[in-house]
Design a protein around this ligand. Sequence first.
Ligand code: PLP
Length: 441
Amino acid sequence: MSRKDRLRKADPEVFNAIRSELRRRKEGLELIPSENITSKAVLEALGSILTDKYSEGYPGRRYYGGNQFIDVVENLAIERAKKAFGVPYANVQPYSGSPANMAVYFGVLSPGNVVMGQNLLDGGHLTHGWKTNFSSLFYKSIPYHVKKDGYIDLEEVERLAKENKPKLIWCGATSYPREFPFEALGRIADDVGAYFACDIAHIAGLIIGGAHKSPVPFAHIITTTTHKTLRGPRGGIIMVTEKGLKKDPELPNKIDKAIIPGLQGGPHNHQTAAIAVALAETLKPEFRDYASQVVKNARVLAYELMQRGLKLVSDGTDNHMMLVDLTSEGPGTGVFFQEALDMAGITVNKNTIPADPSSPFYPSGIRLGSPTVTTQGMKEDEMKLIAGFIAEVYSEVKKYRLPEGDKKEYLATFRQEIRRNRTLKRIRNEVKSLAKKFEIY
Ligand SMILES: Cc1ncc(COP(=O)(O)O)c(C=O)c1O
């Protein structure tokens, strides 16, 4: 009996949901820039018996017996992370990106310390100081912003840093389509004596593959997720650089302690194994080709969208993602575009844009990117086709405007209309034919 059959017999409901998700992905185009497709080897490690084992502590110093093989796996993941990024220390136990960032706060700050990070509405992540997140509830958050042109406002960062004397400055974002100014922000952090932490969750794979500048010479601490451009399972890594060790030789110890006993219990060993496998994949020469193709594809997609009249934040991209600014269609219209694209088999996410006149739930933009379709083997020609699909969908939703008061009724009518829309149905079929040519499962 194959693995698949075992699940089908034991739990048909879960089996069917997974099968439907697989069909959805096979028949559509995934353009959410924080997603990717892991290899079968990664999936096999993730689905292994290592999930059963408790191993609180670190290799060679565990609180439980029987960890000799878990130590092998965790050491492999650590050594591969150090090699991939060129750093002297890595902790591979964070359950994901947010807990990794939380461990940095816990390791180097005391509650109430001042922290600076990119504002959420300007592309930053919740954990960089957003008002409803632990990072501003337990610490004093001073957000910095992007300028009208979409680039980080370095003058503002410098002024705010001098005025507020933060103990930690973050660089990194969840929706920022330009190369990060690691060097300039690192200099500002050094001038005010702050730790400089770079959260490379989105661009980790691009950095390993040489398609984005590395923060290693400028940062003290680096955090990342492992499941975006890095193409691994969900997970997180915290690293300390040589510069970080020079500033504070105790940093590795502080981070280790912040993870356990500070924040977590037993590491997810199956996840650690899958991270090790994914990191080994990133060390192969093919991964460099992948990373550079991700960026090439994003550039072509961005250019083609702009040629077709869509406005992009900062007028383009340097990395794997782009943000479509829909303010000319009225505030909050990202919801219409996302849902209509979904109807056409193209998955993106509605997203705030800098200085968004609407709210994060009804934002005025959408965010899209190239990592998944590049993993499938798509290149520049396919990007042109995809841009054509997106532009056609755009012209179908341009007429919808988000009402100020109750939105439910208007959205229900909109949903009925897009379900019946023939153009969207035709695009869905074309999307399906394209996706089928690049199936990887
Ligand atoms: C920059 C950045 N940091 C951290 C995270 C958090 O990662 P996770 O969702 O794994 O907690 C994300 C997720 O989107 C991110 O974009």
